[in-house]
Unconditional design. Structure first.
Lengths: 310, 240
């Protein structure tokens, strides 16, 4: 029992009161202003549809895979989108191995709602044969390090992975046109998913004194704050989802203020994700160009004479 | 397979070594007493490294390997910063970032008797000294120095505590003063307590001084002396 206690991360009473008093003078412990985001770095792996996002200390990896399955009975012409979250004790000692805790499930639900309800990913284009075969897109989010604000980082990872994912092209064939032929990537270039817009999740933390609110709370701030709210908005100003699960009550004008702040931040983050995806796509295209190791000039006339001479 | 023998020991001192490196060949040194510190092991005639780090030597004959980790291995006579986790009848249970919780006897204070046992709430930060640290047992701590006086040990009020690696805490406590602390001390006034277990506590008059000092120290880990001074100047310019 004492061994396990030794592994937990603890916050001292000094830190709790310091974080609150510093916020009264609009100072956060990592030097940020209350409405400032941490630095976001979006990186991609070699495979299509794998991304790693760093938001300050927080790190999340997103992997997208696709499979041909039978569609749901009530939606025979739509593809399926599912999100799975995996947290391991490596990310945070309070995570237990094995079954996902409340936090992991809530995280998955927020991102799922943001993508599904706002119809960000076009599911009708994922239909291959109505009623028989559709593409099921599976997003796996692996939490690698918890430095606070996992929801935002995981959302960016999911979006980045979706934008760079390529599914194989398939066509109908066979005797009665009911067989699906999946073309390997070497024969036919795989296709990207149709993503209409990018819903960005922005998390706010509320502190009890004087209704102070901060954007993008770190691990320490999350342990001290009284309530939290995640708003999913896109760059066009549409609100895709809002999640406020418990915590202290917040007046309505603060919610409106949060939504306005979120829309402003979403534009910047959307731009950053799109730029990173552009760079990745350019690199990917360059990789496809096969170059000969050495190019020496060939004298065509000489070769013709030689072949004629033989 | 060729075994790499380090012919001349002085060449490995103050350089990075990894487990398996042979740093001393005893067959060439006779009639000498060598003292081995942490991270080194004797294999018949060779002294080999067990832990990755920097090899250090101090005259006349002490060798040891210095490494920096996030976790702390309790050693006797270390001064550490601990957080109270629980209080029992005889001991307080303190977290010092080691493998197990440590015990602080309720009487281990200056003038401590059964009548005036201090009441520490869960989450109190204490500056302590390690009295006993044996493998497999919970370490024992004390709030007095070896002669029984309080000597600055005890609870720390206000301020902000952050965690660093053990290597950085050692650097902050080394003499001559670490460049980052000197550069900060020239412009700002603050109070600081460094625990060898990788915890540092800072207190100052205003919150922004505390935040600047904390961030400057956290950033200084991988910088050289001159770079630390430049970094501090940069940070100070931003707040003025």
């Amino acid at each position: 029992m004492e061994g396990r206690l030794a592994n937990a991360w603890r916050l001292t009473a000094n830190d709790k009161s310091f974080i609150r008093t510093a916020l009264l003078s609009e100072i956060r412990i990592d030097g940020r202003k209350p409405y400032e985001y941490r630095k976001i770095v979006v990186k991609f792996g070699r495979e299509d549809g794998s991304s790693e996002v760093q938001l300050g200390q927080t790190r999340v990896m997103g992997i997208v895979t696709a499979q041909l399955v039978q569609p749901y009975r009530d939606r025979p012409k739509e593809g399926i989108l599912s999100i799975f979250t995996e947290v391991s004790p490596m990310a945070d000692p309070s995570f237990e191995p094995g079954h996902p805790g409340e936090l992991a499930v809530e995280l998955g639900r927020i991102i799922d709602r943001g993508l599904r309800e706002s119809k960000a990913v076009d599911t009708e284009s994922l239909c291959v044969l109505a009623g028989k075969f559709v593409w099921a897109i599976r997003i796996d989010l692996h939490i690698l390090d918890n430095g606070g604000n996992l929801v935002d980082a995981a959302n960016i990872a999911a979006l980045a992975a979706l934008l760079t994912f390529r599914r194989p092209e398939c066509s109908l064939g066979g005797e009665d046109g009911q067989e699906v032929i999946v073309h390997p990537p070497e024969i036919r270039e795989p296709l990207p998913l149709i993503v209409h817009h990018l819903p960005i999740a922005i998390t706010f933390g509320f502190f009890s004194n004087d209704s102070i609110l901060v954007i993008d709370p770190t691990h320490n701030e999350e342990a001290v704050m009284g309530g939290r709210m995640t708003t999913t908005v896109n760059a066009n100003g549409d609100i895709c989802a809002i999640q406020k699960a418990g915590g202290e009550g917040v007046p309505q004008r603060v919610i409106m203020q949060c939504l306005q702040l979120a829309t402003a931040k979403a534009a910047g983050i959307t731009k950053q994700i799109k730029e990173a995806v552009e760079v990745y796509n350019t690199e990917r295209a360059l990789r496809k160009i096969k170059r000969h190791p050495t190019s020496t000039g060939v004298n065509v006339k000489e070769r013709q004479d030689q072949s004629v001479g033989k | 397979m060729e075994k790499k023998q380090s012919g001349s020991p002085p060449s490995l001192i103050d350089s990075t070594v990894v487990p398996g490196d042979v740093v001393l060949d005893l067959s060439s040194m006779t009639n000498q007493t060598i003292m081995l510190g942490g991270g080194l092991r004797q294999d018949c005639d060779a002294i080999s490294v067990m832990k990755a780090g920097t090899l250090r030597f101090s005259k006349p004959n002490k060798y040891w390997v210095e490494s920096s980790q996030k976790r702390y291995t309790p050693c006797v006579e270390d001064t550490v910063l601990g957080i109270v986790v629980d209080s029992k009848a005889d001991n307080f249970l303190i977290d010092i970032k080691g493998p197990v919780l440590a015990f602080l006897p309720v009487l281990a204070f200056e003038g401590g008797t059964r009548r005036n046992i201090p009441k520490f709430e869960v989450g109190t930060l204490l500056y302590l000294r390690v009295v006993k640290a044996n493998f497999g047992m919970n370490p024992e701590l004390s709030c007095t120095d070896a002669s029984g006086k309080a000597a600055e040990f005890g609870p720390l009020k206000d301020g902000y505590m952050f965690e660093t690696s053990t290597g950085l805490s050692r650097k902050l406590l080394s003499s001559p003063t670490c460049p980052v602390l000197e550069a900060l001390g020239k412009k700002l006034s603050f109070e600081i307590a460094v625990g060898l277990n990788g915890r540092v506590w800072v207190n100052a008059a205003t919150p922004d001084t505390i935040v600047v000092v904390a961030n400057a120290i956290m950033n200084s880990e991988s910088l050289s002396g001159a770079q630390q001074i430049i970094m501090v100047e940069h940070l100070l310019k931003n707040i003025q």
